[in-house]
Design a protein around this ligand. Structure first.
Ligand SMILES: N[C@@H](CCC[C@H](N)C(=O)O)C(=O)O
Length: 277
């Protein structure tokens, strides 16, 4: 089967984006892993699939698959690429769209300056909705990781995140502790592990070890989760500039019960087609 795709990225978090409106796309986890493979396939952190809307009041359905082939609920950098993709491909001429995901509706908007702003929805702290095994819903909680106890904030941006504050993000144990946190038994659906250095009340530096993809150059939902965690812990004030290894994002959040807004770039690298077995 020949599949048309676009290669895109948001701050170096890269995607293979598939049009499931004009071509029929049903890929097995093995085929998804092949597409994501950087040596034998195209190579990407996530595969994004654009499908027709399934419910009234939305424009498209947005499906997200990690490089390991697993389908997940949300992807922030992908959401920015999604609106650019449907626009560039002529699937809509709207610059503001409503998109259904596994975890609810989000609203990306192409700004006149070329950046994209996304209403990422309301963050969730209730442990059972993250899901996180915890008898209490405290904002800061100890998590035993090997022989270390780390203090994390567990929060869902539609997908699960565990955010910890570190003194220096460049020296954070992302490669060693990231996989242990990702598969920690207290996160039954695994988790994205964020390492945040607070620079000042409006700026952080962030690295994220992503569930199903490993450390990426940037994670949009991870940036939202870190800012929400930092504000909830009294360390940050909105808006916050998030410096990732792939570039910068702006995140705004007005507190519990309100949605998070993320602004950043979305880039198309090339379009092509690939033979899939
Ligand atoms: N890169 C993403 C998040 C992709 C999904 C994540 N790895 C998960 O498993 O939840 C982003 O920009 O948010």
């Amino acid at each position: 089967m020949k599949l048309k795709f676009s290669k895109m990225h948001g701050l170096g978090n890269d995607f293979v984006v598939l049009d499931g409106v004009r071509q029929s796309v049903a890929l097995s986890p093995k085929q998804l892993r092949f597409l994501a493979d950087r040596h034998f396939g195209v190579g990407c952190d996530q595969i994004l699939l654009v499908e027709p809307a399934q419910q009234p009041g939305v424009d498209f359905r947005y499906r997200i698959f990690n490089a390991d082939g697993g389908e997940v609920e949300q992807c922030g950098n992908g959401a920015r690429c999604f609106v650019r993709f449907v626009h560039e491909q002529g699937l809509t001429d709207k610059t503001e769209i409503r998109v259904e995901t596994m975890s609810g509706v989000i609203a990306p908007k192409l700004e006149a300056n070329g950046l994209v702003t996304v209403d990422m929805g309301v963050p969730v702290f209730e442990p059972e909705r993250i899901p996180f095994v915890s008898p209490v819903a405290d904002v800061v909680q100890p998590l035993q990781v090997g022989d270390r106890e780390v203090m994390i904030t567990a929060v869902s941006m539609g997908n699960p995140h565990a955010v910890q504050v570190v003194a220096d993000v460049d020296r954070a144990p992302v490669a060693t502790e990231g996989p242990q946190i990702e598969s920690h038994p207290r996160f039954p659906q695994r988790v994205n592990a964020g390492f945040m250095q607070v620079v000042d009340r409006h700026a952080i530096r962030l690295r994220v070890f992503e569930r199903g993809a490993g450390e990426t150059l940037a994670c949009g939902t991870g940036a939202c989760a870190a800012v929400v965690a930092g504000i909830a812990r009294g360390l940050l004030d909105s808006p916050v500039r998030v410096d990732t290894r792939g570039g910068e994002l702006d995140i705004a959040w007005n507190g519990p019960g309100t949605p998070v807004r993320m602004t950043g770039p979305a880039v198309t690298v090339f379009a092509s087609e690939i033979e899939i077995e």
